[in-house]
Design a protein around this ligand. Structure first.
Ligand SMILES: [Zn+2]
Length: 303
């Protein structure tokens, strides 16, 4: 079942009028690049085609995809079983159109040959000719000698996979049939390698993260040690402050004692002053008595 279907307005009346430049002008650059690579690697297999319709399969990087492309009511309708979100055509549909154009051009330049030269040539017929039954399965193309080549290739290939070495080269250059299977095996092996690479990357990341976590733990421990030191310093400081407070309290007591003494001294001074004035009075009285006595002595008649 095709997963992606696209309808593109298209004025071409026959599919072979869709030249690569036109396809390139509407396709995403990256998709077109990959598609051209697929064509070069002969991964496209056109199983049935005429002027307005192509049925095909393609060996992609993640498996085999089916395409149905046709011209209808002024539209190019393409459907592919992939889920690659490329608009308006996925890389696989582009590759099929490129391969179809290449093949159609070849057909026109040698009109005498209507039979495909090799299994890679699509079993194609134009609509103005009677249609022979379409080739339904690639198995029909495979000869016994190819099967033997495949079996021969499989043994070193299995060993290579076991030892994680690169797969041996394909024993046949012809596309389709056995070489399609070999391509599929190679594609699976590539994916396994990619997965391993991802695993290695993830492991390296995990190691980095663990190292980072260890560094963080060390920093945390250092911070905690600093905190403990700071707490000890703070406790010492608190003790000192308490000592100062006690000293200040004593100083306050001493000050009030000094004030009391001061008051006592003032009182004593006042008392002394009072006593002084009393003595003055006594002295005055004494003087008066003396003067009186003196006067009385003078007035007394001399014998
Ligand atoms: Zn596709």
């Amino acid at each position: 079942m095709p997963a992606m279907t696209n309808r593109i307005p298209c004025s071409a009346e026959r599919l072979n009028l869709l030249v690569p430049q036109m396809i390139q002008s509407i396709a995403q650059a990256a998709a077109f690049r990959v598609a051209r690579q697929y064509v070069m690697e002969k991964r496209v297999r056109i199983s049935d085609a005429n002027d307005s319709r192509i049925l095909s399969t393609l060996i992609g990087n993640a498996g085999l995809y089916e395409q149905q492309i046709h011209l209808k009511d002024g539209h190019l309708v393409s459907a592919c079983s992939c889920s690659v979100p490329e608009e308006p055509l996925c890389r696989h549909s582009i590759a099929v159109l490129l391969e179809y154009h290449r093949w159609a051009g070849h057909q026109e330049s040698s009109p005498s040959s209507t039979q495909p030269e090799s299994p890679s040539r699509p079993q194609t017929h134009h609509s103005n000719k009677p249609s022979p039954p379409a080739l339904q399965s690639s198995v029909a193309d495979i000869t016994l000698s190819e099967i033997l080549k495949l079996v021969e290739w499989l043994q070193p290939a299995m060993k290579a996979i076991e030892k994680e070495q690169p797969l041996p080269p394909s024993p046949t250059d012809e596309a389709g049939g056995v070489s399609a299977w070999i391509l599929a095996i190679k594609s699976l092996d590539d994916r396994r390698r990619e997965t391993e690479d991802v695993l290695v990357t993830l492991e390296a990341e995990l190691r980095d993260r663990n190292a980072y976590a260890a560094r963080l733990t060390q920093q945390l421990q250092a911070s905690m040690a600093e905190l403990k030191t700071a707490q000890a310093v703070s406790r010492n400081f608190e003790r000192e402050v308490n000592t100062y407070r006690a000293t200040l309290a004593k100083l306050g007591e001493l000050t009030s004692e000094v004030a009391q003494y001061d008051e006592q001294i003032r009182t004593a001074a006042r008392e002394i002053l009072e006593k002084g004035s009393h003595f003055d009075k006594v002295a005055m009285s004494c003087r008066e008595v003396a003067e009186t006595l003196h006067a009385s002595v003078k007035t007394t008649p001399q014998p």
